[in-house]
Design a protein around this ligand. Structure first.
Ligand code: 4NP
Length: 141
């Protein structure tokens, strides 16, 4: 799960996907990262932590890290939140195999950056929740 800062959207996506995978009996490794490095080593934005907690998901222990090329080797799928994330991650792809792993989490829509609007965290949670549900349905069936 990849966004720009790895403090707002992708930590939610990591927590939600881990939660849904476990609920579906799937032993998936789910992680998140940012394309940028400003917040490396920090925990998630408190507004994301609060939104997740209100849905029974604890993301407070996550630690921000930057996306790295070896993530292409370690993960089967790389889901990004918006089109800037898409082009930033694709610019690091070494070959077609890497490129094919990268998709928008919502398929043809973007998860907007909630950083500058406190009221966007709950809608963003719900968007990501729906996206994760669709991904599990598509990957499992
Ligand atoms: P995120 O939101 O990409 O969903 O984690 C952002 C958080 C911080 C910044 C940008 C986006 N920032 O520029 O610091």
């Amino acid at each position: 799960m990849v966004c720009l800062g790895n403090i707002c959207r992708s930590p939610l996506a990591e927590g939600i996907m881990q939660h849904q995978a476990a609920a579906n009996g799937l032993n998936w490794e789910v992680d998140s990262a940012g394309t940028g490095n400003w917040h490396v080593g920090e925990g998630p934005d408190r507004r994301s932590t609060r939104a997740a907690r209100s849905h029974g998901i604890d993301i407070s222990k996550q630690v921000c890290r930057q996306f790295k090329v070896s993530d292409f080797d370690h993960f089967d799928h790389i889901f990004v939140m918006d089109k800037n994330n898409l082009s930033d991650v694709l610019s690091l792809a070494r070959n077609e195999h890497d490129t094919q792993k990268v998709k928008l989490l919502l398929g043809d829509k973007v998860v907007p950056d909630p950083y500058y609007d406190d009221n966007q965290f709950e809608p963003v949670f719900e968007l990501i929740e729906g996206g994760c549900k669709d991904i599990i349905r598509d990957l499992v069936n």
